[in-house]
Design a protein around this ligand. Structure first.
Ligand code: CIZ
Length: 308
């Protein structure tokens, strides 16, 4: 074990901390974590942690969710600037004005919000969904209500297509999933006949059209697990996901679909968390997520949506 990893392991023990990591973190961080998962699994895992400190290796809204669901715990995020382009696209004051305008116009709707959003936005919502439970929750919205889906328009369009529920969309998108190159994807499929394309529903429709399987990260792992013979999988999501796929199902080969502007589509926010920052936050017990007044209401929505 290298000295930095050993130091983190020792600190984790002496500080009584549990490390949670998202699948989009570097493999070396996922390797150190007590639990890796998608947002849904991590939110549920956070409620079962029995140590006083949670170190959340992910982005800000994920750590915030862990704090909201566990007010008594100290929740650390190695880099407080690890944000999310989707969360940034939907400021709470703008959403509140839009909801008001819809109400004034007599629209009867419920707001279904992707977990990639701030606590203030969650507090304005009826439901919070993740890629893992979105379809199930959308089907729970009463038929006589329209759905205002925020902030990811691509996930919203995909859900509208599979559920047949009419939606009003917010104009947000994930900076990582929006820029996969369809041209490169088609070329890869030609070069690798028999390959299987896995795409995240945050991708635009022109990528989903060329995919064999559409699903969040947990669903991707389950799908890949159905193939026992070695296959080539072309993966259209954050590339660190391939580390987890390789670990769980090493018999296959995984190829990242390139982006239009760079070779890899790595999420720059997730990449802010490093082993050094993980060590430092354990030492200083900072930066941490502080309680905010909107967390009470956001917590009600989160518990109703994710824990029931
Ligand atoms: O739900 C999540 O954790 C995200 C952001 C992606 C996925 O599908 O896991």
């Amino acid at each position: 074990m290298d000295p930095l990893t050993a130091e983190i392991q020792a600190l984790k023990k002496s500080k009584k901390a549990t490390i949670l990591a998202h699948y989009y973190q570097e493999g070396e961080i996922q390797d150190l974590a007590d639990f890796s998962g998608d947002s849904l699994a991590l939110a549920r895992a956070a409620t079962k942690v029995d140590t006083p400190i949670i170190v959340f290796c992910g982005v800000h809204f994920m750590a915030e969710t862990a704090k909201i669901l566990n007010p008594e715990k100290t929740v650390l995020l190695p880099d407080l600037k690890a944000g999310c382009s989707l969360a940034d696209s939907c400021p709470a004051d703008k959403l509140a004005r839009y909801q008001e305008m819809l109400r004034i116009n007599g629209r009867k709707f419920q707001t279904v919000t992707y977990i990639n959003s701030t606590a203030a936005v969650k507090a304005l919502s009826d439901w919070v969904v993740t890629s893992g439970n979105a379809e199930e929750i959308v089907r729970r919205v009463p038929e006589d209500h329209e759905i205002l889906f925020v902030p990811d328009r691509h996930l919203g369009h995909y859900l509208q297509e599979i559920t047949g529920r009419k939606m009003i969309f917010w104009d947000g998108a994930c900076m990582v999933h929006e820029i996969f190159s369809v041209g490169d994807l088609i070329a890869m499929k030609k070069k690798m006949p028999g390959s299987i394309v896995l795409a995240h529903p945050e991708c635009p429709a022109n990528v989903l059209e060329h995919s064999d399987f559409i699903g969040g990260t947990e669903a991707m792992i389950r799908h890949v697990g159905k193939f026992s013979e070695p296959k080539d999988f072309l993966v259209a999501t954050e590339p660190n996901m391939m580390w987890q796929l390789q670990k769980r199902h090493p018999q296959h080969r995984y190829h990242g679909v390139p982006g239009i502007t760079c070779a890899c589509n790595k999420c720059p926010h997730m990449a802010r968390n490093t082993l050094e920052k993980l060590r430092d936050c354990l030492i200083s017990e900072n930066p941490r997520v502080e309680w905010e007044p909107c967390f009470d209401q956001a917590g009600e929505v989160l518990r109703r949506s994710l824990l029931n």
